[in-house]
Design a binder for this molecule. Structure first.
Ligand SMILES: *Cc1c(COP(=O)(O)O)cnc(C)c1O
Length: 425
């Protein structure tokens, strides 16, 4: 038996404090086990998980089908690199491309790597297909975006904490206001060298900032008009989280890909991560049709772990679970219930200003300044009452439980949240 088996919360926190880089500021809770919508700390206390690892654990903690697929493959073959073929990758690529309705998939591991991959594909397409002069390609991004932590990606962030003293920054990005079609069209009109528009259907990290219902559809139309690739970062919003398979599916709640919906703003490049593995393993992917994906030739991009057979098996199982357990519909239904219940509370609340979101990706905005500790204090009190959530941007609290949530449990959670909030009124 190792010392890990008997560690206390305080000991675990002290170890991280001493031996780990301080690049996070976690809530002081040390988790050792998870199942479905629940996690347990090392002292045995049970919590509802209302973060779901930033929406990676949509299918619930330690889903037996996903863990089973992972265990089985891990005992057979874990990694070959792409220097050789493996017997899983092709099957996974076939499954995922038909699931999401694209010709091809490029496998990576983390979300940021998939965003980097999309940027590279977009630039290459711009030079080789659109005819943009060498080195001149621009990609439009949005104010307050979050696309990951690499040097290129933080180059177009406007979060000072994420950027400061990490320069020099990668050029080739133009920022426009989010949810502002006029700003987007003006930039497209002015700038002949735009290759792509990279956007989150809902800005998760910015505080679940939810744009107008027709924003994605109209933005996509503008991209078509100006021959610019529409690149959707669905790493957080995708895979049933917002009550549809993808947030770009709009109001469609079918369980798989469909072309018919007039609300579907089909991306030219789709970026997935997080729940693509149900939180079991780092799996990300970029999907596109042949005309775009075929600009990448052997040797021009890659990853040692990308496309490994464990990732392929895990992702297939994770996607099957989403369909078989009707997680998109559940997220839609429970999301409506959650916002309705929160709105009832907000009517008579001085501390909560509003609730917003789609499906089970929601946030409440606290009536206090961004630099106040109120949201943090509320999260600490929620923890005491058995529910884990984390503030984002100071005065916003995101509520995103696993999508295997039930109505009864959700109402229990609403009770915990409203009772806790009352203490802060
Ligand atoms: C989490 C996230 C990323 C980055 O994913 P990592 O796996 O942390 O690299 C990128 N884009 C969005 C929208 C995200 O939510």
């Amino acid at each position: 038996m190792s010392v890990i088996d008997t560690i206390t919360s305080n000991e675990a926190i002290a170890l991280e404090e001493k031996y780990g880089a301080h690049n996070y500021h976690p809530l002081p809770v040390v988790l050792e086990r998870g199942e479905g919508v629940y996690v347990w700390d090392v002292e045995g206390k049970r919590y509802f998980d209302f973060l779901s690892a930033y929406s990676a654990v949509n299918q619930g903690h330690c889903h037996p089908r996903i863990v089973g697929a992972m265990n089985e493959q891990a005992q057979k073959l874990t990694l070959t690199s792409r220097a050789f073929y493996n017997d899983v990758l092709g099957q996974y690529e076939k499954y995922a491309t038909s699931y999401f309705g694209f010709d091809k998939l490029l496998p990576m591991n983390t979300g940021a790597e998939a965003v980097e991959t999309a940027i590279k594909i977009c630039r290459k397409w711009a030079y080789e297909k659109k005819g943009i002069p060498e080195e001149k390609a621009q990609i439009i991004v949005c104010e307050n975006n979050f696309h990951g932590r690499t040097t290129t990606i933080i180059s177009f962030s406007n979060d000072e904490g994420a950027r400061k003293n990490f320069g020099p920054y990668t050029p080739g990005f133009v920022k426009v206001a989010y949810d502002d079609l006029q700003a987007l069209e003006e930039t497209l009109k002015e700038n002949k060298n735009v290759a792509g528009f990279l956007v989150e259907p809902i800005q998760g990290e910015a505080g679940v900032y939810t744009p107008a219902d027709d924003y994605m559809l109209k933005a996509k139309e503008l991209c078509n008009k100006y021959d610019v690739l529409f690149i959707a970062d669905e790493i957080q919003t995708g895979i049933a989280r917002t009550g549809a398979l993808l947030a770009v599916c709009g109001s469609c709640s079918c369980e798989g890909h469909c072309e018919r919906q007039e609300t579907y703003s089909r991306p030219d490049i789709l970026i997935l991560g997080k729940a693509l593995s149900g939180g079991a393993y780092p799996v990300s992917a970029v999907l596109a049709d042949n005309a775009i994906m075929n600009v990448i030739k052997p040797g021009q991009h890659g990853s040692t772990f990308g496309g490994n057979p464990v990732a392929g098996k895990v992702a297939m199982a994770a996607l099957e679970v989403v369909k078989d357990e009707h997680l998109a519909q559940n997220a839609r239904k429970l999301g409506e219930l959650f916002r309705a219940e929160m709105n009832k509370y907000i009517e008579n609340s001085g501390i909560v200003h509003l609730v917003r979101g789609r499906g089970l990706l929601n946030a409440i905005v606290i009536n206090d300044t961004e630099d106040s500790s109120t949201a943090w204090d509320i999260c600490m009190a929620l923890k005491e009452h058995g529910l884990l959530a984390k503030p984002t941007h100071g005065n916003i609290i995101r509520f995103a439980p696993p999508l295997v949530m039930t109505k009864d449990k959700l109402l229990q959670c609403v009770q915990i949240i409203t009772r806790t909030l009352k203490d802060f009124e």
